[in-house]
Write a protein that binds this ligand. Structure first.
Ligand code: CP
Length: 307
């Protein structure tokens, strides 16, 4: 059965993923259509965002739908103590679809269970960021011509990075090999290693960011240390600049390598990498608009392949 909300990328089968990617390709060819005319989507962002919120809102605008919502929860009645349950029930009365980012892990699942309309998880704490994964998969396919049998090196905050956690699940259908590069304090949580073991997915762990983990990779997935998840900022200060990718570190990398990053970037990719043809993070972010158009239409049961 086709999913009715996008809460966890693990709820999407390989076929579901390919259906979205094919639709996203159509939107990349023609992003301006009338498919959402008369529909209203709500963006409820309890945490800051640039790309996710604006690409969702652009996606809807380009399909002639309308957007309501908030980008700062301090301007909503949650600041007066209204519960998430009541907020979702109210917004579900107004809108045809809810797109929500929230700091609590599991909040999107909860919202999907009480909402009368589909819910899209735009990030729930350190847990999941499934629409980021969908655009990551689209970008990997676009640059590699396949999702199968790739070596993915993931670097940075593997403990708190929700884009990382979703990506591991999303790629699990495609026989990946992972290199996990993180300092001890931010290493990949055991549950993701157990997940890889259960799927016979090979992985190696590194604490040094060096040629060993770069030169055999097809995708180098850089991530930011997630300052907002630290309860002790002294701990953040210790690891905040632990790894920085410089242009010369790519000298012996594979020809097909692409450097991705969910963004925002802080200092983990030196700006001297930006002009390297292997840098693909801005194109990756642009792909977010097309994949989000595809996800919205899929959840609303709107046929996208006709045009
Ligand atoms: N990648 C991503 O989620 O970016 P924003 O936090 O700017 O939405």
């Amino acid at each position: 059965m086709q999913p009715t909300s996008l809460v966890n990328i693990g709820d999407y089968s390989r076929d579901d993923i390919f259906r979205i990617l094919q639709s996203a390709l159509k939107f990349k060819q023609n992003p301006n259509r009338d498919l959402l005319k008369g529909r209203v989507c709500a963006t409820l962002f309890f945490e800051p965002s640039t790309r996710t919120r604006l690409s969702f809102e652009t996606a809807v605008n380009r399909l002639r739908g309308r957007i309501v919502g908030f980008s700062d929860s301090a301007t909503s009645s949650s600041a007066k103590g209204e519960s998430l349950k009541d907020t979702i029930k109210m917004v579900g009365n107004y809108a045809d679809l809810i797109i929500m980012r929230h700091h609590l892990e599991g909040s999107a699942r909860y919202a999907s269970e009480i909402s009368p309309v589909p819910v899209i998880n735009a990030g729930d704490g350190s847990n999941q960021h499934p629409t980021q994964t969908m655009l990551d998969l689209f970008t990997i396919y676009e640059t590699q011509g396949t999702l199968e049998n790739l070596t993915i090196t993931i670097v940075g905050d593997l403990k708190y990075g929700r884009a990382v956690h979703s990506l591991i699940h999303g790629l699990s259908h495609f026989n990946p090999t992972f290199n996990f590069v993180a300092p001890e304090e931010l290493h990949i949580p055991d549950k993701y290693k157990t997940f890889c073991d259960s799927k016979n997915i090979p992985y190696k762990e590194f604490t040094d960011f060096s040629a060993d983990s770069i030169n055999n990779a097809d995708i180098l997935y850089m991530t930011r240390v997630q300052k907002e998840r630290f309860t002790d900022l002294m701990e953040y200060e210790k690891v905040k600049n632990v790894y920085v990718l410089h242009n010369d570190m790519l000298d012996d990398s594979k020809d097909n390598l692409k450097v991705l990053h969910p963004l925002p970037r802080v200092k983990e990719i030196n700006q001297n990498v930006d002009d390297n043809p292997k840098a693909y993070y801005f194109e990756q972010a642009k792909n977010g608009m097309y994949t989000r158009q595809a996800i919205i239409c899929d959840l609303m049961g709107i046929e996208t392949n006709l045009l």
